[in-house]
Ligand binder design. Sequence first.
Ligand SMILES: Cc1ncc(COP(=O)(O)O)c(C=O)c1O
Length: 426
Amino acid sequence: MNPALTKIGAQMSHLTGVRAIMKDIIETLQAGAGKEFINLSAGNPLILPEVEQLWRDCTAQLLASSDYGEVVCRYGSSQGYAPLISAIASDFNRRYGLNLSDRNILITPGSQTLYFYAANAFGGYCLDGELRQIVLPLSPDYTGYGGVSLAPEALIAYKPALDIDAAAHRFKYRPDFSQLKINEETGCVIFSRPCNPTGNVLTDEEVKKIAALAAPYNVPVIIDSAYAPPFPALNFTEMSPVFGDNILHCMSLSKAGLPGERIGVAIGDEKLIQILESFQTNMCIHPSRYGQAIAALAINSGALAEISSNVIRPFYRQKFEVLESTLEQAMPDIPWFLHRGEGAIFAWLWLKDLPLTDWEFYQQLKQENVIVVPGSSFFPGLHEDWIHKQQCLRISLTASNEEIAVGMQRLAKVAEQVYAKSKVKS
Ligand SMILES: Cc1ncc(COP(=O)(O)O)c(C=O)c1O
């Protein structure tokens, strides 16, 4: 059957960004049955025994409690499961000296959903026909933002400034405030901190500056804290969550070991929370309550924050070190730059003057049985031509140390061949 699709139907039935590439990766893995691929493409966190045990223990506690029936056999409030909301409010109030009440928090089925609500509640066409932009102040950023707006033309991303340490083969993206426009045409601002794909952490000052630019226009600034402290605490550099009247601090429990349960959290001004809550009621009534109930137990006991900073963070930080030291030993004499590993579960490699596109490089690396993600899928909303978009790769840290080391050695070899060939030609 081939139904006629609406404009939105056509748009939403297309895969965007990295999801489209994942299809190629899955087909490659299936077609290469028997081949030993080193898959450094995944965004799925690894199952860490201590983390799995935490969720098992919380589940046992829930099963044994009289709350169980109330949790799974009844509908609940659209705002979320009350014990989880109060667990988050008291944890954040104590930890960050805030004054949150239950009305400042919304629980959603995963944080991707939250960005969908926010992108469409604040960005897109207004009643007067004006288009309100969804501004990504620093591109590259999370590829999932590419598919969230029902008016995709609303998404506008800004090219970053590059802070390059040539001798150390390192670099860092910074927001380019000389270009960034936040004004009456802006509907909302979104960025991830720590950032997927680059591992960048915007400084507290940069975040405050963005929020201050947006404040006079009543523009919500949505800070995607899927990798931030206190859970999953996947920051390898010091950072503090930034709160403020126009800031929606958004979290996810996916990287804290619960991606299957789909738990997203928004913390912010009561009015913003109410808008998103109504969106949620229309869309799905409320998120599943089982995951919320075990999350409440893990937050209240302090175990989630403790495991995040003592188990999850060191685990991925050490993977980044393996990647970094292998590249230092193995990379040929070419202009390669690794983004500073400040957090998240990925490394981001820039191959300056790469003689091929990132997609072609990805294909060549596949021939060596190593899979990474071509970087060009991580620039949603950045329409201008910029050669840099085709010179980067995202490398996942969700593999064994040995796989990461061997994968990087093979990548170095492919890079050497590719740059050597282009020299021969020129
Ligand atoms: C930066 C960022 N934001 C949001 C998400 C979506 O997370 P979830 O919907 O599982 O909460 C991800 C997932 O990888 C992510 O990397």
